[in-house]
Design a protein around this ligand. Structure first.
Ligand SMILES: C[S@@+](CC[C@H](N)C(=O)[O-])C[C@H]1O[C@@H](n2cnc3c(N)ncnc32)[C@H](O)[C@@H]1O
Length: 472
């Protein structure tokens, strides 16, 4: 009797709510902003929306998110319960921390309630043909029950919480990159009053994240790290990450690390073979150098930042490749004109490939002139010239052409027909990261005034350099 009364009381209003929610669902859209770790802008189905009173909250009060919603359910005998749940996979409720099967309090122990998604099921006719057939075959009464479900903060997704709290009409999109236990955000001005709440929500909803930081300056320091403030969690900036099977540890607040470069690191490392030599001019904490050494290459890795140098050393030991990597703490130009210049003559006589990696996209092209006239010409040297992989940003409409022109200017030699250009990633609207790869021309590398043998070749083609504009 009680059950009948309750059902009567709930039916009209609930049916209306469920129907409108089901219609709304078909209008909703979800946009994933960046793969993996994005908080999306979405129009969430009405019923899961937290209570309106949470709007504008700046200190997280989890209790305020608790509410009771009514969801449809089916009474199912325990004998066929598992099979029915399996058949109704597409229609059952899917919420973090919400059980799909609950005790049917008013009936015998032989029955359970299977909770259904209110946005998909508004009446028994919402079931697909196959679901309806399965229900009949398991003798499940096709009669909807209504269950009052308590939804708490724990049952909401981070985007649902943030969309309910942050001002309406303003974008809540708030992606983050993950660096070990650290979530690294780049909040916009209108989000700043809510920064600690946002940090807490990101931490609560992402297992393994124990620290959330916000970037507070653009990345314009020499060492390519940026200032950050801790929004939530522990202030431990020493992260441990795995990239392409290699483990790195570093203080994220003091060195450069970008999880979005893993594919690029892998692309270049794949070009390297056992016995090759790699000069990594701007090595950071080792994402080119260490995998290359792992493959059996001999590596000379350099970074101007004493902290990068220290963590690079640490990571070589951590990955047991310290015997294959020599580490330097020099300016890139001094590295090219010191250790690179010293090692090249014997390497150029050998057969193994020599790679020079220059990943400092804001400036690396400007370092290419350090190769001009680096060595004295000797006949044998022409055989095995180094391959350079040099990175740059470009804001040009035609970034491929732009990067080749600027590399040519810096080298004083036209590279147009003897290089390849690879698009790495789009870093901002109208700003691409590119990589130009080329064999270092002998006309650049050798000082022709100091030829040890007369050459029959024409004088080197030197390119006049217009003022270069590093668009970074
Ligand atoms: C964009 S990061 C690249 C790090 C690493 N190769 C990677 O792919 O993640 C550039 C690195 O160059 C270093 N650096 C900046 N200026 C430098 C210079 N003049 N000479 C040598 N290293 C420099 C920075 O400390 C930083 O670690």
């Amino acid at each position: 009797m009680l059950r009948l009364l309750r059902r009567f009381f709930l039916s009209a209003q609930t049916q209306r709510n469920l129907k409108s929610a089901a219609v709304q669902q078909s209008l909703c859209s979800t946009t994933l902003q960046c793969p993996g770790f994005a908080v999306s802008r979405l129009m969430e189905p009405k019923l899961y929306r937290p209570p309106p009173k949470v709007r504008g909250m700046t200190t997280l009060d989890k209790e305020a998110f608790t509410q009771t919603i009514t969801v449809p359910a089916l009474r199912v005998h325990t004998r066929v319960l598992n099979k029915v749940v399996k058949c109704l996979k597409k229609s059952t409720i899917q919420r973090p921390g919400v059980l799909r099967v609950v005790q049917d309090k008013e009936e015998s122990n032989d029955y359970r309630l299977v909770l259904l998604d209110p946005h998909k099921v508004s009446s028994t006719s919402s079931f697909s043909e196959a679901e309806a057939e399965a229900l009949r075959s398991f003798s499940v009464a096709e009669e909807l029950q209504y269950y009052e479900l308590q939804l708490t903060y724990d049952n909401l997704k981070s985007e649902e919480v943030l969309e309910a709290v942050l001002p309406q009409e303003q974008d809540v999109t708030s992606g983050f990159s993950r660096v070990g236990h650290i979530a690294h955000m780049n909040l916009r001005d209108h989000q700043l009053p809510y920064k600690n709440l946002i940090g807490q929500v990101i931490m609560d909803k992402n297992p393994g994240i124990t620290c959330v930081v916000n970037k507070t300056s653009i990345i314009d320091s020499t060492y390519r790290n940026f200032k950050m403030e801790v929004l939530a969690g522990e202030e431990n900036m020493v992260a441990k990450v795995k990239e392409n099977g290699v483990t790195y540890e570093f203080d994220f607040s003091r060195v450069y690390w970008n999880p979005r470069l893993s594919t690029e690191h892998q692309r270049v490392v794949q070009l390297i073979k056992r016995g090759d030599t790699v000069f990594d001019v701007f090595a950071g904490v080792g994402p080119f150098a260490i995998p290359a050494a792992h493959l059996g290459a001999n590596v000379l890795a350099n970074d101007l930042n004493p902290e990068s140098y220290r963590w690079l050393q640490h990571n070589c030991k951590l990955n047991k490749v310290e015997s294959r990597v020599r580490i330097f703490n020099l300016d890139g130009r001094a590295f090219i004109q010191g250790p690179v210049k010293q090692e090249l003559p014997s390497l150029l006589k050998g057969k193994a490939t020599v790679h020079v990696v220059m990943n400092l996209p804001a400036l690396a092209l400007e370092f290419l002139d350090a190769f001009r006239c680096l060595l004295k010409q000797e006949p044998l040297y022409d055989q095995n010239l180094p391959i350079v992989h040099c990175y740059s940003f470009s804001k040009d409409d035609n970034p491929d052409v732009d990067i080749v022109q600027r590399a040519s200017c810096s080298l004083g030699f036209p590279l147009e027909k003897q290089c390849s250009v690879h698009f790495v990633r789009n870093v901002a609207p109208n700003k691409d990261m590119m990589c130009v790869s080329f064999t270092l021309p002998k006309e650049v590398l050798f000082n022709r005034d100091e030829l040890t043998e007369p050459s029959e070749e024409p004088a080197p083609k030197r390119q006049k350099c217009e003022e270069t504009t590093a668009s970074s």
